[in-house]
Design a protein around this ligand. Sequence first.
Ligand code: FES
Length: 193
Amino acid sequence: MDRGERRARRLEHGLDRRSVVMGAVACCAAGGVAWAGPEDALPQKGDRLVLGDGAKAGQPILLDDLPVGGDLVEAVAVDPQGVRRESSRFAKILLVRVAPDQVAEDQRAHAVDGVVALSAICTHQGCTISGWSHDTKRLSCFCHHSEFLPAEGGRVAKGPARKRLPVLPLAKGEGGALMVAGGFLGKPGPGPA
Ligand code: FES
């Protein structure tokens, strides 16, 4: 097993030491390794989304829970049997909401009333993204300060990352519940542009 494979394996199993040490920043050096595991570990069409953390962790995410201008929300996909897809950190999802007309036209089919979902794993070296500014409409990674535009298909606004953040297509379910309409549009994790 070469160095890259060893790093990938640490990542997949959430054992990268730096991810523990850095705590809130959740740094996890991926060394350029994108997801290469089984597809069913990642969100799939028909999954529902639940809150990933906080006092309401595990509760379904409804459209009304995400006001325009509100905070970034961490979500977890739950399969139709009720199993949370969280065996890999590459399955982590971020949700943000902007005004529907602020979503790029070619991305609107993947959004629900301005809510867009993306991979939470930075495409530079694999840190978990945790910054969001509604003013600039940018997600930011605190490891090396890459910035991404969720309403523009996860396009890179500022490096060192070069690869888009993969978008997760959404659908609206019963009662405004947010559902997954398809797998990530691209492999989550670090990679070339
Ligand atoms: S890991 Fe380097 S900017 Fe995100």
